[in-house]
Design a protein around this ligand. Structure first.
Ligand code: HAM
Length: 422
């Protein structure tokens, strides 16, 4: 490698042609799955006004405090941010284009997200999410739909060992009450807190419960439980959700410590977790965010959603030994001679018109060298065209992976032969 070769940015990965079939298999499966539940695709810009994420995700969150790629647009001085997640943009787009005017919306998106985290296995600075957002649905039936459809996707992908954790965060009022009780409790145990927890004590005490510092475990263990402060409506919503999950046969565990790292959630939150990927085991996460639409300037509308980490799910697929079937082209067209070269173009185009996958040899060279390329391409047949064939409007068909003789045929008969299943 020469000294001045430019490398990709740390934590931002190229997806090479060898890896692409796995991505395409995943994307195809996911698209069919989402359509089968009636979700429609929405595509938002990758860059948004910084204020959108500050307002939606919350000022005192890891994402907004230290993980956003924020920069000033030098042309007009605006502060812009590479999206760290999709929910804020999706709600913004729905509001901007009045989508809710036409009733509730089931939406999905798929694309890159950016977070300035410390890169490690399963954690990147550019990563991909498939996100689902249902806007305008108040009931636990929609929370349940999201969870049940995830369970269905794991089945379609042949993934086992993904466990579901659920919790409810209650109404904003119940959380406010709980917050006051937590602050009071932690104030009495200041000595047991680390610097991060002390900083959050008055701004976001719920996040202290999520601390990964083992030294805090005893004081967190004894902290007031959110469940004790929850309102009737939240408990009823949570009960109903569990009823549907039980009826659907989806196993779950209630994790009262599950609070999520984004501020917009209320009521249901959930995470799908695997132990097979090391530290970064959460492959999919989400919940209800009934206040966000109004918070972003819309007329209030209930909503919920989730997003999965594509890299993590692909790692899980690979860890299980899955490799998508590779399919080479049907035909590699070799050609030599002035008339043959021109005829070969027409032949390749005709093959594609009838739905075959055809690679036309480019770059010249003799028949022998071209046949080597045809062999290496993985194609099932070589079509050989010399001036002789071109003159007669015929082609020679040579099977590359079956022990059959080369035959010379008029083009249409050659197509019929190639279309026969292997
Ligand atoms: P989140 O929990 O921040 O939620 O991210 C969802 C998923 O994205 C994670 O469970 C994980 O699989 C993946 N993920 C997050 N950060 C990284 C990273 N640095 N590298 C690789 N994968 C990562 C949200 O983003 C919410 N918008 C989900 C949601 C949608 N809630 C309601 N609607």
């Amino acid at each position: 490698m020469s000294g001045n070769t430019i490398q990709a940015i740390r934590g931002m990965n190229d997806i090479l042609p060898e890896q692409a079939p796995l991505w395409e298999y995943f994307e195809d499966t996911v698209r069919d799955w989402l359509r089968s539940y009636g979700y429609r695709n929405i595509r938002m810009p990758i860059v948004e006004h910084t204020g959108l994420f500050r307002r939606a995700i919350g000022e005192v969150t890891d994402i907004v405090e230290k993980e956003m790629y924020t920069f000033i647009d030098e042309l007009n001085g605006e502060s812009l941010t590479l999206r760290p997640e999709g929910t804020a943009s999706c709600v913004r787009a729905a509001l901007q284009h009045n989508l809710l005017y036409n009733g509730p919306q089931r939406l999905y998106y798929n694309g890159q997200m950016f977070r300035h985290e410390r890169p490690q296995k399963g954690r990147y600075r550019q990563f991909h999410q498939v996100g689902v957002e249902s806007l305008g649905y108040p009931g636990p039936d929609m929370d349940a739909e999201h969870i049940v459809m995830c369970a269905d996707l794991w089945k379609r992908l042949g993934l086992a060992d993904i466990a579901l954790q659920i919790n409810t965060l209650g109404s904003p009022e119940a959380r406010a009450l709980h917050r006051t009780r937590l602050i009071h409790y932690f104030e009495q145990h200041l000595d047991a807190l680390d610097e991060d927890a002390r900083r959050r004590l008055h701004s976001n005490p719920l996040r202290i419960l999520d601390s990964k510092n083992p030294a805090l475990a005893p004081v967190i263990d004894q902290a007031p439980k959110l469940l004790d402060d929850l309102d009737e409506a939240a408990l009823l919503h949570f009960e109903r959700l569990q009823g549907i999950l039980r009826a659907a046969g989806v196993e779950y565990e209630i994790n009262q410590r599950l609070v999520r790292g984004l501020d917009y959630y209320n009521f249901t939150v959930f995470e799908w977790v695997t132990t097979r990927l090391g530290a970064q085991g959460t492959v999919c996460a989400g919940g209800r965010y009934d206040g966000l639409v109004q918070q972003l300037g819309g007329k209030g509308a209930p909503a919920c959603g989730f997003a999965m980490g594509v890299e993590r799910l692909l790692a899980l697929l690979q860890e299980g030994g899955f490799a998508p079937a590779l399919r080479g082209a049907d035909v590699y067209v070799v050609h030599q001679g002035e008339q043959a070269d021109l005829f070969a173009w027409q032949v390749a185009q005709r093959l594609r018109e009838v739905g075959l996958h055809a690679i036309l040899h480019c770059g010249g060279g003799g028949f022998k060298a071209q046949m080597k390329k045809a062999d290496a391409s993985g194609a099932r047949f070589a079509l050989i065209i010399g001036d002789d064939e071109a003159e007669a409007g015929e082609v020679s068909v040579k099977p590359l992976r079956e022990l059959e003789e080369q035959v010379r045929l008029p083009l249409q008969q050659a197509i019929d032969l190639i279309r026969q299943p292997a």
